[in-house]
Design a protein around this ligand. Sequence first.
Ligand code: PHE
Length: 411
Amino acid sequence: QRPAKFEADGQSFVTDDKWNLSPAVIKLMERRLLQEQKNPLTLLKQRIVNHFHGKYRKPGGRSPLYAVCEQEPRVVSTFANFDSLLTPIDHVSRRSSDTYYVNEGHCLRAHTSAHQHKLMTQGLDNFLVVGDVYRRDEIDATHYPCFHQMEAVRLYSADELYQTRAGEELAVFEEIPDAERKPGKQERHTVDAVKALEIRLKSTLEDLSDALFGPECEKRWVDAYFPFTHPSYELEVKYEGKWLEVLGCGIMEQKLLESAGVTDKVGWAFGIGLERIAMVLYGVPDIRLFWSRDSGFLSQFEGLKPEDDVKYKPISAHPQVLFDISFWLPAGVAFDDMRADVCDVIRGAGGELIEQVKLSDEFENKKKGKNSQTYRIVYRSNEKALSKEEVNVVHKSIERELVEKFGVTMR
Ligand code: PHE
């Protein structure tokens, strides 16, 4: 059952027989993980953006080199997603079994590369594109129909690429293009241009990898194929004994630049899978966890700065049980002096069953001259589903201990 119209990101489309979006994938589109402050993917996105802004500046140093594009519409034309990127007409990625089609001419972007053409046409030379992308894929620990990518494009004039002064002779284009392309380079590029671009590209990505994982993390370059870059590479990172592909990249096909109106530059591009990087960086074992609304998952990333190092601690598959505790503080005791002590008692008495403790309310009753605090305690066991009754026994013992130790009055 397909709707007559489909609306997304302020655009409206008339559907046709190509339509193959499921209710489930539409739900995923509505979620917008990168707008959730405590989602680890949001932290990672910000960390990578900070890295690029910190390291690469426009001449003069006042402003960041890369423009960041996060609001591109997620329904794109098949021209943007495929043709502009020179994807052959019979390429597997165009099949309805691989791509979500809204209609014959439009699909959900399958990669952030879908925005390269338009952004270059608009005159951007150096940019990052971040967002959710969609592929009809199997679902397992490393695959999900929606995931997140960060794209980068960097264009150079000959002077920028070689850092020569104007007038010095080092060309980026062959005067007479080769009749055929070679495994290592495109027809129009000089050997010098390809070498310089490859060094710039790989060192940019190795620096990023070192900044994220530390220089001791094992990584390797693998030759790859993409219709829109040549030569192309993938970077793999060792994670739990296995090589994990984390990004694709390469020297941009000169035809792409030409069709976007760029005639005097050459460039590289890369596309990073944010989930894959986040799995390695934060030790998240399963890609489906990024979609979890379980506070046992999300609370582990709450309140962190993007640069903070954190390792995910697996949460139990059993359900949480929530209990609040509210009390009056003894006269003359300040809010601040209470918090750490209360948490210690809760963790001490509740032991393994305490997953989270959070101060949820605090107020002063001026008339009575008394201060009140409320804590929300999340109980969860690794072994079994807890009943309210058994949690209540533990909860009562916590209350008793708070009364005895600190003289609080339960409300
Ligand atoms: N778009 C490619 C992908 O999703 C990654 C890529 C981006 C490769 C840019 C080369 C250049 O797999």
